[in-house]
Design a binder for this molecule. Sequence first.
Ligand SMILES: [Zn+2]
Length: 453
Amino acid sequence: MQINPKYRNNPAFNKALSSHSEVTSAKKMGALGKNTISYSKEDEIAEQYQRKRYKTQAVIQKILSNCAGSWKVIKCGKEKVHKDASVGVQFFPTTQKVSLTNVRMCGLKWLCPVCLEREAQDQKRLVEEMMVFMQKKGYYAHMVTFTAPHKKYDGLKDLITFLKLARKRFFGDRANLKFFSTEFDYVGHITAMEIKYSDQNGWHPHFHTIIFTKKSYSESSLFKLSKRPTFNKTSKGLYQTDHDLGIAEKLSLMWMNACTAVGLRTPDFKHGLDFKRGYDDKEQYSGALINYALKASLSAEIALSQKKTGEFNTESLTPFEIALKAEGEKTIENPDSKYSQLFYEYACATKHNSMVEPSRKLKAFLKENGFYKKLEEKKAEVESNEEPPVHVFDFMDIEWNILREDYKARLKVLSLIRQDIIEQGISASKFPRTDSFLNQLFDRGRGDEIPRS
Ligand SMILES: [Zn+2]
């Protein structure tokens, strides 16, 4: 086995390698010896989802490679970081996973299902830790979803731009600021933007928000109306009412006016802003709250991992489902390439937009109270408890050049390397399954194996 030159010069990695060969390897050999770990049903399911993510990525790469503009996702997972070094494989003893080394990833959450899956884990941890942190500080959380009416032919980019303007007005308008400092004891909020599409109603971007307050509120102080109120219009065309509104109902009216003022269609009083407490009369934080917090940021991933191909909910598609529907379409200029065109529109509209974003006020609050520092410390602690990855395999360039263009073969090889390690142990020098597959791939199945140094 040849060690990637990149790692030869990396003292940290060399340390990891030597500690494995001397100490860890003996321990791991036991754990990884024959029959102790098997290739389980779960592994198989995880690999199915992984294949789907890579398949989607391949379709997206094909769509965008025919579009104007530069799209980093086109080359994601296909280019070397260091040209002169080889592409290798590392094994993570703690998680039992394998991954490629020396390959550049795009890191684009909106456009790349493979990178979203990776980033989503960090995002999930951040949101979870933040919830725990705010809970310990004694603050209360509210789940608020903001939507605005949209029509079939509204452009996505415009909708996002105006929604963001409305959100800015909602949280920043002078009258609203007064409300937030008196009636609703606001500390800050975090937003996740989610985008769906339906043939009937077009694009549906919306915000899932968690708003933190110093106080808790009873249901009866949030909702006072028994029926829909009547509204009058002010000279500026905004809405007001003489009814006695609960706090959540006042927020709904504020959202109606924020949207109207920036030029969006006016949302429905009842459905434009959906407000739920993240606590109840007994519990400060509910499970529903954590689920809500993670729903939006992980929705694309969940959509890809839980639905089987062909099981699309045609009423509402996630962007990655749109991409999958574009598979088999002709080039984007073709009038029939509807889903390719939709995905391109989505790619342009989401550029420079964040997926999950704490408000400036929340960020400042978290920083002042040492949240980010603690998060870093915790991360470092977790990492120090994990066994470092072990470099187990190197591809020859001739192999990599084929694998980089063929995601199915790439995934197959990674799976086989993992299976070989499970059977042979972490310090395996032979990879029978892997070599056999690579030989087949190169049509050298007549016994003459590729020489490996
Ligand atoms: Zn990527």
